[in-house]
Write a protein that binds this ligand. Sequence first.
Ligand code: HGY
Ligand code: MN
Ligand code: MN
Ligand code: MN
Length: 406
Amino acid sequence: MLTDLLEEGSLPHRFRALWDEIAPIGRDGRSGGYLRYALTEPELRLREWFHEQADRRGMPVTDDGNGNLFARWGDPEAGDAVLTGSHFDSVPHGGAYDGPLGIVSAFLAVDELRAAGVTPARPVVIGAFVEEEGARFGVPCLGSRLLTGEIAVDRAAGLRDADGVSFAEALGAGPAGARPELLGRFAAFVELHVEQGRAMVDADAPIGVASAIWPHGRWRFEFTGEGNHAGTTRMADRRDPMLTYAFTVLAANKEARLRGAHATVGRVAVEPNATNAIPSKVTGWLDARAAEPETLTGLVDAVRVKAAERARRDGTGVALTEESATPLVAFDGGLAGRLASLLDAPVLPTGAGHDAGVLAAHLPTAMLFVRNPTGVSHSPAESADDVDCAAGVTALARVLEELTCR
Ligand code: HGY
Ligand code: MN
Ligand code: MN
Ligand code: MN
């Protein structure tokens, strides 16, 4: 076993031992990626694991009524808590580290502080946020948006997965929505996350601190045409939405490159989805991101205009709906600077969205990144070295001590 290769009792060894408890949960045998959709069997098992870890440490767990879990260490009356943690859910066939690394590291950081005899002057709370990826119900950071009141309860409750199951049904109750009395008891939030890129490799640093999250969003394009027989319909008589869709994907790619932005169409639905039928409808989801808000707006507008122009030419229809949008998140500069100097770590922006990006509008928030050797994420190939993960635990422990004991 790999664990035998690491020095017995060392932090990398302890990280690996705890990590191996969850590594098999939700892993797809064929792709090696993870199918940990919110509130489905694998993620529910991870929630049970969360309760077990908290129970083992005498940390009471509360659920905010939105599907977010919170485990507390320390006296709740001692003051506002320092929140840490992340999410369990994954994108389809996603990586092992995106999300769970922040939760496993938080439990180990509490262990490190206890072993050092630290008694926090204010509580430490470990959070597990529901549906961060939006892979099941379509809206990313659904749990943190509910907690902060950023999404209407009715809209969240009615979101449905591919099988038509609503979020409320999956949760087993209508989400509680905004919990200002709970949110108000947090003094700060620090999310540790595997880096989703190669900046730490390039900086030759195991740990980094986030400065900002690029503005980004998701837009649903619905292309409609005339379903017909693939074999008997002349090319000149067709109104084929697949053509308009394909052109729009190419346009998004070109417009993004022109602007130094990022555009991805990774999900498409075709009706009736038959090899020998011209589609009647093609739905494509655009994920667009850019360093500045005006660049993002310009990109989406350009793609919308190009799609409409092509639709006129193809005799098809096109409808565009914004499904979610996250503005530029500039993390608390004072906090980021304080943590960067504490950890002697570089500060860098990210194009990836996080629950920290939602909470940053409501309380002082920071992110710690753990080096990802290849930078690959949202893929079975996502990885992180145990030694770097252990460095992440140590960094998080130091940050929690800094924020709870001073
Ligand atoms: O999509 C994102 O940026 C994040 O990983 N959920
Ligand atoms: Mn992700
Ligand atoms: Mn994530
Ligand atoms: Mn996140």
